[in-house]
Design a protein around this ligand. Structure first.
Ligand SMILES: [Zn+2]
Length: 116
């Protein structure tokens, strides 16, 4: 993916930081927490926060909340997750057939086998 073209198509000015953010989100196999993004980009928290808010507003990323932390992932494929309410483990599950369009994400909460 050419991040420069992609960002500009969304009406977002290209910066090296935004490119880095896109690279991280693209290669991630699971939602990444805000803290991890701060760590991985070595940017200050405000910069990370502002850019994520912009990406979210433009519909590039979606955020979800688990154990009072915000997690971010790219929005181009809706994903479904199971979240254990005890150990807060998050795992991707197959997307239920909900017969609805424009689903962003599905979070199923419960208790995992290990915590039963
Ligand atoms: Zn658990």
């Amino acid at each position: 993916m050419n991040f420069k073209d992609f960002l500009e198509e969304q009406g977002i000015a290209f910066t090296a930081f935004r490119e880095r953010l896109m690279e991280i989100l693209t290669s991630a196999q699971k939602p990444i927490s805000y803290d991890e993004l701060v760590q991985l980009t070595s940017a200050n928290k405000t910069t990370v926060y502002r850019n994520l808010a912009l990406f979210e507003e433009k519909g590039i990323v979606i955020s979800s909340e688990n154990n009072r932390k915000n997690y971010y992932e790219l929005a181009h494929h809706a994903k479904a997750y199971f979240v254990c309410e005890k150990c807060h483990k998050m795992e991707e599950i197959s997307m239920p057939n909900l017969d609805k369009k424009h689903i962003k994400s599905v979070v199923v909460k419960g208790t995992c086998d290990e915590c039963l």
